[in-house]
Design a protein around this ligand. Structure first.
Ligand code: 0X9
Ligand code: ZN
Ligand code: ZN
Length: 305
């Protein structure tokens, strides 16, 4: 059955989405934002005290890339921490009283399921393209942010294939539609990947500094300081283009240009010893330290309201 300290298959995560929502109906509402290419429902959990009027919100997604299992584990951890600490942690209570967090536990469900059943190292979606046997598009090259100009490939057989057009992937379109629809309330966008121990912000598709660079950097430094305080795990923070590599079509660049100022990409543990195959023994420490960073960003955003 489902465990927060193990990696869970899509079937287990799906059952967990139902049970955690039902068991915490005072704090969690769920909605389906669309289906994946292979027809799986994309559930977004809305976490926060129900007030009857729309609240400012943070959008959090995990599992854009199929093989980054620690990312998917983090979203489940986050949901559990939110509901189990709401009554004891005044910071969490204040956050969820004033804001909602929309959590998409697995962005690329088809790819994630494929990593369990066929190829542990799969990265992309599982969509088919006419004229090639190669399947899948990199969802983090498929957003409409300098689409396919740098660090992305037009070749469907490559790991960084940008797709036939921006939002060609139904999963990307479903998320982009949801964020566009809720643009007026979404104050922060946080997307979780692995690995490299980085906290990135716009831009990756350009070397140009974001209009809010200084503030984004200050908040990122505060967040990584909080993270490091728990176990000493070292993180670097900065714009994607210079901190990891230039790459277009990424979700945080797209969200930022849409107007979501606090837009961040986490690259969780480790720095390459285990890489995507991070042992289950590291789920708990990785998630606990990452919680501190996410709560730092969320609390900062809350103070700006
Ligand atoms: O290349 C990516 O999409 C991310 N690294 S990963 O190893 N998880 O694939 C980094 C994303 C940084 N942001 C953008 N490229 N927009
Ligand atoms: Zn990734
Ligand atoms: Zn905890």
């Amino acid at each position: 059955s489902h465990s927060y300290t193990k990696y869970n298959s899509w079937d287990k995560i799906q059952a967990w989405i139902s049970s955690v929502s039902a068991a915490n109906s005072d704090l969690i509402s769920r909605q389906v934002i669309g289906k994946t290419y292979e027809g799986r429902p994309m559930n977004v959990l809305q976490i926060g005290k129900k007030t009857g009027s729309p609240k400012p919100a943070i959008f959090l997604d995990c599992g854009i890339h199929a093989r980054e299992w620690i990312s998917t584990a983090f979203c489940q951890w986050f949901v559990n921490e939110a509901v189990t600490t709401y009554r004891s942690d005044s910071q969490m209570a204040s956050l969820l009283n004033q804001m909602d967090v929309y959590v998409l536990p697995v962005f690329n469900i088809d790819g994630y399921d494929y990593t369990w059943k066929s190829n542990r190292m799969w990265r992309k979606t599982r969509s088919r393209k006419y004229g090639t046997r190669c399947r899948g598009t990199d969802p983090n090259r498929n957003f409409n942010a300098g689409w396919c100009t740098v660090g992305a490939s037009r070749d469907p057989c490559r790991e960084t294939y940008c797709g036939s057009k921006p939002e060609s992937e139904i999963e990307v379109k479903n998320v982009a539609d949801f964020i566009r629809k809720n643009k007026s309330i979404i104050k922060a966008y946080i997307t979780v990947h692995s690995y490299s121990q980085l906290l990135l912000f716009p831009y990756s598709y350009s070397y140009q500094l974001a209009r809010d660079h200084a503030e984004l950097m200050r908040v990122a430094r505060g967040a990584t300081r909080a993270l490091t305080s728990m176990y000493g795990t070292q993180y670097r923070a900065g714009p994607g283009a210079t901190t990891i590599y230039p790459a277009s079509g990424g979700s945080e660049d797209w969200a930022y240009d849409l107007g979501v100022k606090y837009s961040y990409t986490f690259e969780l543990r480790d720095t390459g010893r285990y890489g995507f195959l991070l042992p289950e023994s590291q789920i708990k420490p990785t998630c606990e330290e990452t919680m501190l960073a996410v709560k730092y960003i969320a609390t900062y955003v809350q103070k700006t309201l």
